[in-house]
Design a protein around this ligand. Structure first.
Ligand SMILES: Nc1nc2c(ncn2[C@@H]2O[C@H](COP(=O)(O)OP(=O)(O)OP(=O)(O)O)[C@@H](O)[C@H]2O)c(=O)[nH]1
Ligand SMILES: [Mg+2]
Length: 331
């Protein structure tokens, strides 16, 4: 059983038992008050995913082949792009929570499934000190420059931080000028770095600012040379790197991009163009399966409005909307 019921006389006691049995990154699915104290339903995060990744469907079986109590949810979530690996992980983890999987209609299935999915999504915030110097990397046209602009605007206008913008994307003069105009509008310094040394020096020149955002040129997944060059450009400056991936790309293409950029250090991902697809779950699933933390979601062309922090709960409920409805109905 992937999930266990762990009892304690108090919340504190139950939580420390959970940590002992399931580790620091335990999946906490549900906390219930009982007459004897507290019961927590929890499991080991890595086990939930690892078991589903090992699962190979029997030959001839339908792709889903879900239990009757899970089939409807699985079909809806897979239409939103959620992978069968993650759905299998959720279904496996549901065993042991007491929900009915042998027949359709148990209202608890959606809520608990969303909580399991939420616990599998890692999130980080770009406001964290580790992201003081951040480079935006990714395939061509995914929205790196637009996303950088949205994030820089939020830092300067909403959080009152000081910032500088540097671009290493020197291929198109028009693109450089566009970003320069944006930096001017925001009132932050702007630099163009042609070489790794330029980049290091530009970062040093702005050692006083709170945030430095670095724009890079887009690289296709099959141009490994260009990715090595990018890696070489950034290496000496050691920025945090955020991989921008379009929600509108197919899973097979997103896998190729992820693999190609994995030759570099990637700290987190931003899913862009969430508004351009009905199946954003494909790229979301890739990030979850790879254990890649998410920082932001972008959902439109407007700067600075169309960006949201990556909230695991909201993302899980987007994939499993029945969970939100059940939650609202119970309130
Ligand atoms: N619908 C939608 N469009 C977006 C979003 N983010 C960016 N775009 C648009 O996508 C196009 C490309 O955006 P850029 O920011 O130039 O993309 P890039 O990754 O910097 O492109 P290259 O530098 O050429 O690799 C522009 O028209 C943006 O307005 C988004 O979240 N949703
Ligand atoms: Mg760009």
């Amino acid at each position: 059983m992937l999930l266990k019921r762990i009892n304690g006389r108090s919340l504190q006691e139950a939580l420390s038992k959970v940590e002992k049995e399931c580790g620091k990154n335990a999946l906490l699915i549900e906390t219930l008050e009982t007459s004897r104290g507290v019961t927590i339903i929890a499991g080991r995060q890595e086990q939930v995913l690892a078991k589903a990744k090992r699962h190979k469907p029997e030959s001839g079986a339908r792709p889903g082949n879900w239990t009757r109590g899970f089939a409807q949810l699985a079909e809806a979530a897979s239409a939103s792009g959620l992978s069968s690996t993650l759905l299998r992980a959720i279904e496996n983890a549901l065993i042991g929570t007491g929900v009915h999987l042998d027949r359709p209609g148990d209202p608890a299935v959606a809520g608990i499934s969303a909580r399991i999915l939420k616990s599998l999504i890692k999130a980080e915030t770009l406001g964290d000190p580790a992201y003081r110097v951040t480079a935006f990397i990714g395939a061509t046209g995914v929205g790196k420059t637009t996303t950088l602009a949205k994030i820089a605007a939020a830092a300067v206008r909403d959080r009152d931080e000081t910032a500088a913008i540097i671009t290493t994307d020197t291929y198109r003069i028009a693109a450089v000028e566009q970003l320069r105009a944006f930096a001017d509008m925001l009132g932050v310094p702007f630099e163009v770095a042609f070489t790794p040394m330029d980049l290091r020096r530009a970062i040093q020149r702005h050692s006083e600012v709170d945030r430095i955002y670095i724009d890079t040129s887009g690289n296709g997944p099959f141009d490994q040379q260009a990715i090595y060059r990018l890696s070489g450009t950034l290496q000496g400056s050691d920025p945090a790197t955020v991989l921008c991936m379009s929600a509108a790309s197919r899973r097979v293409d997103a896998d190729a991009i992820f693999k190609a950029f994995s030759s570099m250090q990637i700290d987190s991902a931003i899913i862009t163009k969430w508004d351009e697809t009905t199946a954003p779950g494909e790229v979301l699933s890739l990030c979850i399966e790879q254990g890649m933390p998410l920082t932001q979601i972008t959902n439109g062309q407007r700067v600075p409005e169309d960006i949201l922090p990556a909230c695991p709960r909201a993302l899980a409920e987007h994939m499993i909307p029945q969970a939100k409805k059940a939650d609202e109905a119970s309130q």
